[in-house]
Design a protein around this ligand. Structure first.
Ligand SMILES: NCc1[nH]cc(CCC(=O)O)c1CC(=O)O
Length: 303
């Protein structure tokens, strides 16, 4: 009898798709079977404001409880939705190769940001995206939108000229053709961890599962998100703060760039730092160092 591991997932198309991709990769590496188990939260919570937002916090908690009580063996999270605080009893067992980290503009008639008409309506629910849109194009009308990726894209047929979404999410559900522009780092820095997944297990997971997860882990992706999340933690900010950060390996260096801004786009702070230490400790120190430089420039007033 082959081993069968249970992978807990949310029910959204994006969550199921990325969970299935990880399940297939792990099964191929480990020679075991992985089955998806949909984790639901109770009806009251599902109709509440958290579910409207994409419902990250409540689902992370539900998945973590299932890991701790042994009803699932592993869970796949979008790393940008995970709080930076450590989770007692759990391990981030793998950070697979990161997908595209950048944000994408999806617009009617395929226009780029600079081609949008004056006063165009652009949808996003993210203060970080709103702030960077306003800083780039003060004339835009930024409209607060909620819901899953398909719901947001659907607004292009209704009332909006464009929406901003993570390129990685669009790619995972096969909707990359909707992208009109991938935002350059100089226009919009992504959320810390965007485009990366975290595979979480309980401490003491079976050896065969742990070995396959080690093989799935990708060192440069782990280094980059470690630096970005250390910065976010030191700023004492969460996934809805107007904070953008992107770390990239360049040869023997890890470079981290970060952005903090007023939500109305009136004030922005941007700085970068690099380290030649390619270890998790060096990446963490890089994030802390850059956060402190931003705080010295007044970042705390903007968060
Ligand atoms: N907060 C919602 C969310 N969480 C993860 C992704 C997909 C991108 C990723 O995996 O980083 C998205 C959608 C979006 O931001 O457009």
């Amino acid at each position: 009898m082959p081993e069968i591991f249970k992978l807990g997932t949310r029910g959204s198309t994006l969550a199921r798709t990325q969970s299935q991709q990880v399940a297939d990769q792990l099964a191929a590496i480990g020679g075991f079977a992985v089955e998806l188990v949909e984790i639901r939260t109770d009806g009251d919570v599902l109709t509440g404001p958290l579910s409207q937002m994409g419902g990250t916090g409540v689902f992370v908690t539900a998945l973590r409880e299932a890991l701790l009580n042994g009803s699932i063996d592993l869970a796949v999270h979008s790393l940008k939705d995970l709080p930076t605080a450590p989770a007692p009893g759990l391990t981030t067992a793998a950070i697979p190769l990161r997908a595209e980290a950048r944000d994408a503009l999806c617009s009617r008639s395929n226009r780029t940001l600079s081609e949008l008409p004056p006063g165009a309506k652009v949808g996003t629910g993210s203060p970080r995206r709103a702030a960077q849109l306003r800083a780039a194009r003060g004339d835009l009308e930024v409209v607060d939108i909620r819901g899953n990726v398909d719901t947001r894209l659907g607004r292009l047929e209704k009332d909006l000229d464009a929406v901003v979404l993570a390129a990685a999410g669009l790619g995972r559900i096969g909707r990359s053709a909707a992208i009109s522009e991938l935002f350059d780092d100089t226009v919009m820095l992504p959320a810390p961890g965007q485009g990366a997944l975290a595979v979480e297990t309980a401490q003491g997971a079976p050896e065969s599962l742990r070995a396959a997860l080690v093989a799935l882990d990708e060192a440069d992706s782990r280094l980059a998100v470690t630096a970005e999340r250390a910065l976010l933690a030191r700023l004492e900010a969460g996934c809805s703060a107007p904070v953008g950060a992107l770390a990239q390996r360049r040869g023997s260096m890890l470079r981290l760039e970060a952005w903090v801004g007023a939500v109305d786009g009136s004030r922005v702070i941007r700085q970068a730092r690099a380290t030649d230490g390619l270890t998790e400790v060096a990446a963490t120190l890089l994030g802390i160092e850059l956060a402190e430089a931003l705080l010295a420039d007044g970042a705390a007033e903007l968060i």
